[in-house]
Write a protein that binds this ligand. Structure first.
Ligand code: UT7
Length: 321
């Protein structure tokens, strides 16, 4: 029987030019560089320019990933975009990106799983590659989270940033590389702990991020660790055979806690939270691309991706790069 795999043909990312350091935030809300660093590990975040939209960030990341894969946009038959900050309520940001990439064929749609969106999108892309005619899928996590922050709320506005990451997944038969397993979960009973207080149906506004940080933190550490163990355990792989943990970049203390629980060395945990802050669905592919570009993640390495976000939603993906 043919063993179909969704292999990572290329990765890419994009960060807006403007960097906002913690000190700048301290001039907006009652906070300090020391508090933000100590509680979250964040030193700075990138902020999209006026007129720079989620689709623009996503297009730049997708182009980088296509270049890395040695493909052009015409090789792509499916675009999946994970985002919580779409350009518009509709059409999907994926179709806007499709147009900006000059693609006339194939299909494109968005996924909404907040910070877990990229892990969800990899799972969906992998299933569609295995089930259907799709040969090359661009999976993008792209966010302009700065647009939904309450810049007067110090408990949230210091934590997030803008950016995009992309991965080209392509069908290959009988290979050891590619997505080995994915595990996704959600539990809607906690939707009031991390949410946006607006939306087209309920308020006809976009709304702002609201979070009970401490409670989210507790759930995140527990659920992420279990998701990662389940994801490797389901396919009989030992966590000690994993080379890299590529986590959602919400808080350095979460990364440290989960890494410790799983017995991973700190240097195996890819951390970009200091420089990128929490870019929601973009954070995992941004971290993955960073570690590929700087030579840490190499072809053949086993990487375990994880994410946790509003909903709650969470999950993990195991892949051999
Ligand atoms: O991406 C989705 C997943 N998101 C997450 O996983 C985020 C999870 N949560 C967290 O990362 C952390 O809970 C935070 C970084 C949000 C907060 O850290 P914490 O250690 O849980 O702090 P806290 O919320 O308990 O706040 C401690 C104190 C409070 O003051 P009191 O009540 O002790 O007097 C806050 O009012 O720090 C205060 N505080 C701040 N002080 C300075 C809250 N935000 C700030 C701030 N600057 N920005």
């Amino acid at each position: 029987m043919t063993n179909i795999r969704s292999v990572v043909r290329g990765v890419g990312s994009y960060l807006p030019a403007r960097i906002m350091k913690n000190d700048e935030l301290a001039s907006i809300v009652d906070t300090s560089d020391a508090w933000i660093r100590e509680r979250s590990g964040i030193e700075q975040r990138h902020i999209a320019a006026d007129g720079e939209f989620t689709s623009d960030l996503g297009v730049a990341a997708a182009k980088n990933a296509l270049g890395h894969a040695g493909l052009t946009s015409h090789d792509i038959d499916l675009i999946i975009v994970a985002t919580t900050t779409p350009d518009l309520t509709f059409p999907s940001t994926a179709t806007i990106i499709q147009e900006k990439l000059g693609l006339r064929g194939g299909a494109a749609f968005d996924i909404q799983a907040v910070c877990s969106g990229f892990v969800y999108a990899v799972h969906v892309a992998d299933a569609m590659i295995k089930a259907g005619p799709y040969r090359n899928v661009v999976v993008i996590g792209a966010e302009t989270f700065s647009r939904i922050l309450d810049w007067e709320d110090r408990t949230t506005c210091v934590l997030f940033g803008d950016g995009a990451g992309a991965m080209v997944l392509g069908r290959e038969d009988n290979t050891e590389q590619g997505v080995i397993n994915s595990f996704i979960r959600s539990d809607g009973q906690h939707c009031d702990l991390l949410y946006v207080d607006g939306g087209p149906s309920r308020t006809q506004t976009v709304g702002h991020v609201r979070m009970e940080g401490k409670q989210v933190f507790r759930h995140a550490v527990k659920d992420i660790a279990l998701a990662m163990k389940t994801c490797v355990g389901q396919v009989g792989i030992d966590i000690k055979d994993v080379n890299w943990m590529v986590p959602h970049q919400a808080n350095q203390r979460i990364l440290d806690g989960v890494g410790r629980q799983l017995g991973l060395k700190p240097e195996q945990v890819i951390s970009t939270v200091a420089k990128h802050a929490n870019t929601s669905a973009a954070s995992v592919p941004l971290a993955f691309d960073t570690a590929v570009r700087d030579g840490r993640i190499k072809r053949g390495d086993l990487a375990l991706l994880e994410a946790f976000g509003g909903g709650f939603t969470w999950g993990a993906s195991l892949l051999r790069y």
